[in-house]
Ligand binder design. Sequence first.
Ligand code: BES
Ligand code: ZN
Length: 477
Amino acid sequence: MPAIDQYLQSHASRFEDELWEFLRIPSVSADPAHREDMHRAAEWMADQLRRMGFTAETIPTAGHPLVYGESPKLPGARTFLVYGHYDVQPPEPLEKWTTPPFEPSRREGHVYARGAVDDKGQVFTHLKSVEAWITVEGRLPVNLKFLIEGEEEVGSRSLEQFLSEQAERLACDCVIISDGSQFAPGVPAINYGLRGIAYYELRVTGPNRDLHSGSYGGAVTNPANALAKILAGLIDEQGRITIPGFYDEVVPLTVRERQEMAALPFEEAKFLEELGVAGAVGEAGFTSLERRWARPTFDVSGLWGGYQGEGAKTVLPASAGAKFSFRLVPNQEPEKVTTGLKWRLAELCPAGVELDLIRLAELCPAGVELDLICHHGAPGVLVPLDSPYVEAAARAIAYAFGRRPVFTREGGSIPIVTTFRQRLGVDSLLLGWGQEDDNAHSPDEKFSLADFQRGIKASARLWEELSTLSLESGKPG
Ligand code: BES
Ligand code: ZN
C-alpha cells in the first residue's frame, strides 16, 4: 500500500477527533451573536495550515475573516486554489435535532453536527490530504493556495470585494471545491453546474396598529392577506414564474444533456418516499432532476405576520413579511430579476397597498406599504468537462471511491464560482463528497465518516494526478 494511504489509515481516528473540534465552534455567519465564534473558527483553520508549513493568516474584512494560506513554493509546478467555507447555516429549529448541533455525535458511521457536510467536514478533507503528503513525502507535488471564507452561507460579499482588489494573489490554474454531493451512496460525482440565486425579503405594512378582525376585517387591507396573494401570484399553475422577461436568458437543456440526466440511476419513487411527500411538483414538461438542477425556481423560506401563539386570536395584523428566493440558471442575472420582480409586485399589489421602495406608488392607493430588501444574488454557472483537470479528478475519485464518477449538476449555489471565472480566468473543479440526504441546512445534518475518509484519500491522490499533467496540457484555453 502506498505510504500516503498507509498514513491516512493509521491517522484516521485522529482526523475525526480534529473534525469534532472544528464542528464544536458555532460559526453561524448569519447571526451577529456569533462574531467571536467566527474568529475562533478562522483562527483554528489558519493554525491547521501553519502546522503543515503553510504561510497562513486570517484576513479581516467588513464581515467575517477570510483564511488564506500558501504551501512552500515548488518551482515549475502548477498551482491550485482550494476554496471552501468555515461558516455554517443557523441550526434552528433546535428542538428537531436528535443531539445538539454543536456537540458532534457519532451514530451509525456518521458524524451529526451543523457544518458536518456543509462545509467543514468537506473542506477538512483537503487539509488532511496535505498533512499526509507533507509528513510522508516532505512536500506536496503541486503548489496549493487555500482560501476559506466565512460568508458563503450569506452571499460571499467580503470575498467578492477581496477578489476585486487582490486577484493576483490568488492566481492559479484551477480552483478545487468540495462543497456538494455525490450522486448517491456508492456513486461519486463530478459536478459541472450550480444554480444561482436572488434572495429577497418583502415587508408589508398596513394599518397603524393591530386591529380587531371583526370590527375592521374586510374594510381595510390585511397585510397578511395581501402578502399571501402577492406570493401566490409570483408563480402560475404550470410552475412558471410570472415575472416579465424572467425566462429570456435561460440557457435551455440540450437534448444530449436531457438524455444523460435521464440515464442516471435516479428513482423518483424512492426520492419522494424518503422525503415523505406524495408526489412530484414543479415546472410542467421537466423531470425532477431537470427541475432541481437546470431550471429556475421560486421558494418562500420564511413567512410571518399575525398571531403565532397558542389557540386562536382574532386579529388583523398591522404587518406581515416573507423571505423568498429564486434559484437561477445560466445566463440569468440577479439584477435583472430584481427589476422584473419590482414590476411584477406592482402588478400584484392589491388595492390599498402602497409600493414604497418600489416607487410605483401611483399604481396603488395608500393604505399598506411594501418594502423590498435584496439580500444577495449570484448567477448560476456551468464548468467545462473536457479539461485535463476533470480527467485527473475522475482518476483520483475512481482510486478512492472504487468507481468512476458520474457527471451531475446541482441545485444549490456557491456564489464565488462565477467570480473566480471572471476575476481569475479559471474554472472550478466541483468534487462533492457528501450525500444528498446529509441534511445540509436542516436539523440532524450529518456526514458519512467513510465518505470523509474516502474524500481525504481522493484528495491526496488528486494532488498526485494533477502533478503528472504536462504543464502545457493543463492550461485552460
Ligand atoms: N454547499 C452549499 C451549496 C450546494 C448545495 C452545492 C447543494 C451543491 C448542492 C452551499 O454552502 C450553500 O448552501 N450555498 C447557499 C448560497 C446562498 C446562501 C448564496 C445556497 O445555495 O443556499
Ligand atoms: Zn456549503
